[in-house]
Design a protein around this ligand. Structure first.
Ligand code: PSU
Ligand code: MN
Length: 330
């Protein structure tokens, strides 16, 4: 296509690759921009937490999405942790978005990118928000070990015929990063998701709970084998995982605080309506999760949004504590 050929001449990833190989620098690092602030924190082993951007672009409605993205960063800065919000802008993955970058992700219509989209975005100089999978990949390349999101992606209901399983799960089987989430969204098949996490050898640890939470709801029918009570315990698990040479990430399941959780009956009723609407509308593929989240915000008159924001804030806070405990291990 004409426009992509023009882009190709301005930015040729292949020649960048060649130049960088010649320079003796590990080239993928040069194809990723790490902000000066994040670089400085990593170089002096100060705590850093990665934040994903699909929640901003596709998971939360405007204008609350921009406020939330700014607030998540502030929560970390207030406790001396450097935030690294991650997205792809004009083809270049950014680890540590600027204030303007965050505004662009919140306000410009942008694609939702998983790992497989990264080389295409680079070659075409396109912008996209990154899912947990793509964010985990980029954060790990940059050397960040702790990551906060709202709810991890997982196995969708009906996956035995649709094959719809989030790439988040597979990515965590090969990326040694700790993801703090409020479990997985109740729109998913929770049991199947936990089975896949077990098969892929990804540890799932409850933070102060031995029940796997379902995003807006603290409880589910699924008990966890392990729970920890402190960020220091999580940091120790991370250290031993490294010493053992394991490459899997860790899923830390951090339930939404009880007083902020959604009423279960209202949740069940609205979830049923949203799932039915998605089926009637024929929503499939990567559109499913954003469609359900935004539809549930509308159907609940905004209640689900407040719970989503609260659980995400809580995850960011806990991720900050873990990053500090990790840094303290030296
Ligand atoms: N948590 C939220 N809101 C979101 C997401 C997580 O509170 O929108 C996003 C994450 O980016 C996650 C994605 O990777 O949902 C899962 O999408 P999918 O099911 O298509 O893999
Ligand atoms: Mn999917």
């Amino acid at each position: 296509m004409g426009s992509s050929r023009k882009h190709w001449r301005r930015f040729d990833p292949v020649s960048v690759h060649r130049r960088q190989r010649g320079s003796g620098i590990d080239y993928p690092f040069r194809m990723i921009t790490i902000s000066a602030e994040v670089q400085a924190a990593l170089a002096s082993r100060r705590p850093v937490v990665a934040l994903e951007s699909t929640i901003i672009s596709h998971g939360l409605p405007r204008p609350r999405n921009l406020e939330a993205a700014q607030e998540f960063e502030q929560i970390l800065r207030d406790v001396g942790v450097t935030p690294a919000t991650i997205a792809v802008l004009d083809g270049v993955p950014q680890v540590g978005l600027s204030a303007e970058g965050i505004r662009r992700v919140a306000e410009e219509p942008m694609a939702k990118a998983s790992v497989r989209d990264l080389p295409i975005l680079a070659a075409l100089q396109s912008s996209a928000a990154t899912t947990v999978a793509a964010t985990a990949y980029l954060a790990n390349r940059a050397g960040i070990r702790v990551f906060a999101t709202g709810g991890l992606g997982g196995v969708h209901r009906g996956a035995s015929s649709s094959f719809d399983e989030s790439a988040d799960i597979l990515m965590l089987s090969e990326t040694p990063i700790t993801v703090v989430s409020a479990g997985v969204k109740s729109v998913l098949d929770i049991e199947a998701t936990l089975e896949r996490l077990e098969t892929l050898s990804i540890p799932v640890i409850g933070f102060g709970t031995d029940v796997f939470p379902r995003f807006w709801i603290r409880e589910s029918n699924c008990r966890l084998d392990w729970s920890v009570q402190s960020a220091e315990d999580v940091a120790r698990v991370m250290r031993v995982r490294d010493v053992l040479g394991l490459r899997q990430g860790i899923v830390l399941a951090n339930p939404v605080p009880a007083e902020q959780a959604w009423d279960i009956d209202e949740h069940d009723r609205i979830l049923g309506q949203a799932l039915q609407l998605a089926e009637e509308q024929g929503i499939t593929g990567k559109a499913v999760t954003p469609y359900l989240l935004l539809e549930i915000v509308k159907l609940s008159g905004g209640t689900s949004l407040e719970v989503n924001l609260n659980l995400a804030r809580n995850n960011v806070r806990v991720a900050g504590e873990i990053a500090k405990a990790w840094a303290a291990l030296g």
